[in-house]
Design a protein around this ligand. Structure first.
Ligand SMILES: NC(=O)c1ccc[n+]([C@@H]2O[C@H](COP(=O)([O-])OP(=O)(O)OC[C@H]3O[C@@H](n4cnc5c(N)ncnc54)[C@H](OP(=O)(O)O)[C@@H]3O)[C@@H](O)[C@H]2O)c1
Length: 236
């Protein structure tokens, strides 16, 4: 199993969950110290790590070459930056598309081309509820996640003959370093208060991902599992 973004937040929680269920997990992230900390926290054996900036094509390709054939891939690596639509620069547009859309797409393409995805494998992409509700100042992030969801639907159809499944998990606000960083640049409390069930923990999202990886979901493909604590429905 491969987990991107495994040095932090949802990716780390997913790696821990999968290792606890007996999977050998390959971790990737940019920060070597935090990636090692994830590796050290994993139960079981047979795990590996690869430090890489996935926006770097050479690093991405080297990662794929280092991997065994996989039964599951979880694409968690992502980033957000708050910029009002009227202030969006080409750099911001490119930055948001690069890590949130281009990277999972190009990594998937390389994994398939290099035969690193086994028949019956499950591919899970972490998008965001922002793609449907578009919170203020997230236009490029939301657009990138919406594009990824559209991509996954077609990807799944194209690989169904090998019974490879592809699905998205679409979280609301999750208590990770990403949310902490957002809260340091903007007052998030009024936004967080909009989630009727309260704050979502990384392990809650990991359990949704775990379901989509497991044989229990073998008839589920081309879907998006919303884990938003009720945030995206209007209040009455
Ligand atoms: N937290 C939320 O409220 C929330 C809500 C909806 C969706 N999501 C999505 O959930 C996913 C995980 O986010 P999180 O909340 O767990 O955030 P996080 O704690 O900030 O973790 C982000 C992960 O992505 C990795 N990453 C970022 N840029 C990278 C790059 N260029 N190359 C390789 N790895 C890179 C980071 O690696 P390093 O730390 O090693 O640099 C880190 O492991 C993201 O796709 C995010 O958009 C989060």
């Amino acid at each position: 199993m491969l987990v991107t973004g495994a040095s932090s937040g949802i990716g780390r929680a997913t790696a821990v969950l999968c290792a606890g269920m007996g999977a050998a997990v390959w971790l990737t992230g940019r920060d070597p110290v935090r990636l090692q900390a994830t590796l050290d926290s994993l139960p079981g054996a047979g795990h590996g790590q690869y430090v890489a900036d996935l926006t770097d094509e050479a690093a991405r390709n080297a990662l794929v070459d280092s991997l065994p054939a996989l039964d599951g891939c979880v694409f968690c690596a992502g980033a957000v930056e708050l910029v009002p639509a009227r202030l969006v620069s080409e750099k911001h547009l490119n930055d948001m598309m690069q890590i949130n859309f281009n990277v999972p797409v190009l990594l998937t393409q390389r994994l398939l081309a290099r035969k690193r995805v086994r028949d019956d494998a499950s591919l899970v992409y972490v998008t965001a509820v922002a793609e449907r509700i578009a919170p203020v100042a997230t236009s490029m992030y939301s657009a990138a996640k919406a594009a990824l969801t559209a991509y996954v639907r077609t990807l799944a159809l194209e690989h169904a003959k090998r019974r490879i499944r592809a699905n998205c998990v679409s979280p609301g606000y999750v208590a990770t370093p990403m949310l902490t960083a957002l809260a340091s640049t903007a007052d998030m409390q009024d936004k967080l208060d909009l989630t009727p069930l309260g704050t979502i923990e990384p392990s809650d999202v990991a359990h949704g991902i775990g379901y989509l990886l497991a044989p229990a979901s073998r008839w589920v493909t081309r879907s998006s599992l919303l884990i938003d604590g009720g945030l995206s429905l209007p209040m009455r």
